[in-house]
Design a binder for this molecule. Structure first.
Ligand code: FES
Length: 109
């Protein structure tokens, strides 16, 4: 895994997605109400809606295009719809958020 510097933790608004790009990958980074960070693939598996622009409610983000609901920690699309998005590890060091990008493996979704 490669840790990539993304943004200042303090600069992230609660429940508002931020798009992070790294070598062709696009990640939606969220700071939840609890302060926990989650990072998921930024494109909805349905028709590539931009998930960083979705509405966050509790542990889920609603895709802005057709309202599918995706769990922010597992990346699973919630029933009655199906599918999933890649999830990414996050960490904070000295006030800076880092996202862990997998190396040398296929994406899980
Ligand atoms: S593109 Fe996300 S629900 Fe259709």
């Amino acid at each position: 895994m490669i840790w990539v510097e993304a943004v200042s933790y303090e600069d992230l608004a609660v429940n508002t997605g931020r798009t992070i790009r790294y070598q062709g990958e696009e990640v939606a980074l969220f700071k939840m109400k609890s302060g926990k960070l989650t990072a998921i693939q930024n494109r909805c598996p349905h028709k590539a809606g931009v998930l960083a622009e979705g509405i966050v409610c509790d542990e889920h983000v609603f895709c802005p295009m057709h309202d599918r609901r995706i769990h922010l920690s597992t990346g699973l699309v919630q029933a009655p719809d199906t599918g999933c998005v890649q999830t990414y590890s996050t960490k904070v060091h000295d006030g800076t958020v880092f996202i862990g990008f997998p190396v040398g493996k296929e994406l899980a979704c």
